[in-house]
Write a protein that binds this ligand. Structure first.
Ligand SMILES: Cc1cc2nc3c(=O)[nH]c(=O)nc-3n(C[C@H](O)[C@H](O)[C@H](O)COP(=O)(O)O)c2cc1C
Length: 315
């Protein structure tokens, strides 16, 4: 399976284990590398820069030929730690950075100075052309089947459009749960895939057994979009709790959102409350089951080690 992505990262298979807030950890990425794919962790999964540094050291020590590791940086103002995280990544080193939300310009410039590759999340051609002009090493095409903050365009349309107009590699994110899905995305022209949701129900994932089991028990039809986490629509499992609280912003938020000067504050408060609730649901037993996942959990039938999940994807 040689593609532009395998050449770029020196990996065996054209797959990135996608960064997932609260879920991804070093144990998952180490297993990913051993199985010949790349793994990525959101820098925000670490509360302190010291914790981020020790994760980098652990991954460097565990790196094997055929694998690669990287970190995801939220590059807009909502991430107050962004500049320091970027500095640590550049000082300590990693194979690649995935940027999301906001302009990747500063990340690209600094990371390239120290030989780190930068892949940028994009959801349409307009933004993809911008990141190509900024010299991104690849575009991650987040489609409308992705878990988390998904895009609006189907995998086929998005990949074909980006491949027609870009010369950098295009990595498709969203909707890959089995080998046939990978073949489909490569068939549309993608140079690789980024896979998140199927790894939630992994033995190594840093979330509760209930969350993992929900990815086994629920299917693609049980995924809904909610505004109740970050203010921006995000995919979650439609548990009885999600049904009870609803998926739309509360009326008071909607009213306050109409006020230009209050809007920013409402968003920040919603973001902070939403993140705390999601963290609680992912890490502790609670009846407030707000579990982020995408429709590709349709192929998840049991909780398996990362190694076995990758074997299912490639064999
Ligand atoms: C639980 C969860 C958390 C996520 N957290 C992040 C994140 O912190 N940063 C990011 O760029 N993308 C995040 N994503 C999106 C993934 O990186 C990836 O684009 C997506 O999982 C691909 O779709 P899939 O779930 O169908 O494989 C998250 C996705 C999920 C399911």
């Amino acid at each position: 399976m040689e593609t532009k992505l395998t050449t770029l990262l020196h990996i065996k298979y054209p797959i990135i284990q996608a960064p997932m807030f609260l879920v991804s950890n070093t144990a998952m990425v180490i297993e990913a590398m051993k199985s010949g794919i790349a793994g990525c962790i959101p820098a925000l999964n670490y509360r302190t820069l010291e914790e981020l540094k020790s994760a980098i050291h652990e991954l460097k020590a565990a790196k094997v030929a055929g694998g690669a590791f990287g970190f995801n940086l939220i590059v807009n103002k909502s991430n107050i730690k962004y500049k320091e995280q970027l500095r640590v990544l550049c000082e300590e080193g990693c194979d690649f950075i995935i940027t999301s939300l906001g302009s990747p310009e500063e990340t690209i410039n600094q990371a390239h100075n120290v030989g780190i590759k930068v892949f940028c999340d994009v959801t349409d051609l307009h933004f993809a052309q911008k990141v190509e002009a900024l010299k991104a090493d690849a575009a991650i095409a987040v489609n409308n089947e992705a878990g988390g903050h998904r895009g609006n365009i189907s995998p086929e349309k998005l990949i074909k459009e980006l491949k027609t107009h870009l010369s950098i590699p295009v990595i498709s994110a969203g909707g890959v749960g089995c080998k046939a899905d990978i073949e489909k995305m490569l068939g549309y022209g993608a140079d690789g895939v980024s896979v998140g949701s199927p790894f939630i129900a992994s033995v190594e994932a840093g979330v509760t057994q209930e969350y993992k089991q929900a990815c086994v028990d629920y299917g693609a039809d049980d995924i809904v979009m909610t505004e109740r986490i970050s203010g921006t629509p995000c995919t979650v499992i439609n548990t009885p709790y999600v049904q009870k609280i609803g998926t739309k912003s509360t009326w008071i938020e909607s009213v306050l959102n109409k006020n230009k000067s209050l809007k920013k504050w409402v968003k920040m408060i919603r973001f902070s409350i939403g993140m705390k609730a999601t963290e609680k649901a992912a890490k502790k037993a609670t009846y407030k089951t707000v579990w982020v996942a995408g429709p590709s959990i349709a192929h998840t039938n049991s909780i398996l080690p990362v190694k076995a999940i990758i074997e299912k994807l490639v064999n």
